[in-house]
Design a protein around this ligand. Structure first.
Ligand code: NAP
Length: 248
């Protein structure tokens, strides 16, 4: 008789987008540590290779989540590698720090395309598969920028606010067999954050945060692990902030 996933000690088949860096990489590591099968989807194939070297057992599929054909091909590869998906962490995202009047239409389209359309495309591909099995968890990396206005990130803020209502609608349409939630981190020390902020800017941010520091990526990963678990069985349709008290 063939070994089932559960008898092999594998609780979940997890897809993490943007899984080659930062929050996504930490989340892929956390689920692997918890005994899941994990496929990371990321546009950066070299970073994916490095992630696979660092995390034994990780599978990587290069794709641009904003491109419908690439997302379809990536999930076909997910089917081949894991036979389906139980948990999606739609995390891939980009940001550009620019004043509203300086945002060009191409930047607007790219930020919305990756952050919001990418989340939509991946959620649709995952939920089609989850519907066939009658269970699933769809989690998003939103941001505290999706809850309140923040200067210099109009396109990014709009994309994250969009994710929050995309998530709520998904949660309402697919309950009770599917749960969906959005994690809203504040400031997290990742390559994205370090590329946009000087050390002085990072220190200034730390002074504004009640906990006195940025979050570590593994702290965000721990929230994803909880939300994917049965302990979160009654949590759906929620935006959950993890921000060191910043928005309090
Ligand atoms: P990160 O270190 O830059 O990691 C993001 C990963 O996603 C990178 O490997 C990136 O590749 C990849 N990616 C970018 N565009 C993609 C696309 N079109 N298709 C597939 N993969 C793509 O960033 P992070 O800080 O971990 O951010 C992860 C998520 O957390 C994002 O959604 C971000 O908005 C959100 N977030 C971050 C913070 C923070 O303070 N860091 C706070 C709140 C929310 P490239 O490196 O080639 O772009």
């Amino acid at each position: 008789m063939g070994e089932t996933l559960e008898s092999a000690g594998i609780r979940h088949r997890v897809v993490v987008t943007g899984g080659a860096s930062g929050i996504g990489l930490a989340t892929a590591k956390r689920f692997l540590d918890d005994g899941a099968r994990v496929v990371a989807i990321d546009i950066d194939s070299e970073a994916l290779e490095r992630a696979r070297d660092d995390l034994p057992g990780l599978d990587g599929v290069p794709a641009d989540v904003s491109d419908a054909a690439q997302v379809e091909a990536a999930f076909a590869e997910v089917d081949r590698l894991m036979g389906g998906v139980d948990v999606l962490v739609a995390n891939a995202g980009i940001s550009v720090r620019r004043r509203f009047l300086d945002i060009e239409p191409a930047q607007w389209a790219r930020v919305i395309g990756v952050n919001l359309t990418g989340a939509f495309l991946c959620a649709q591909a995952a939920i089609r598969r989850m519907a066939a099995q009658g269970s699933g968890v769809v989690l998003f990396t939103s941001s505290t920028n999706g809850l309140d206005g923040h200067p210099l990130y109009a396109d990014y803020n709009a994309s994250k606010a969009g994710i929050n209502l995309l998530m709520k609608t998904i949660a309402l349409e697919h309950a009770p067999w599917l749960r969906s939630n959005a994690v809203c981190p504040g400031y997290v020390l990742t390559p994205m954050q370090q590329s946009e902020y000087t050390p002085e800017m990072l220190e200034a941010v730390n002074r504004q945060i009640p906990m006195g520091r940025h979050a570590r990526p593994d702290e965000i990963a721990a929230l994803f692990a909880f939300l994917a678990s049965d302990e979160a069985a009654y949590i759906t349709g929620q935006c959950i902030s993890i921000d060191g008290g910043e928005t309090a």
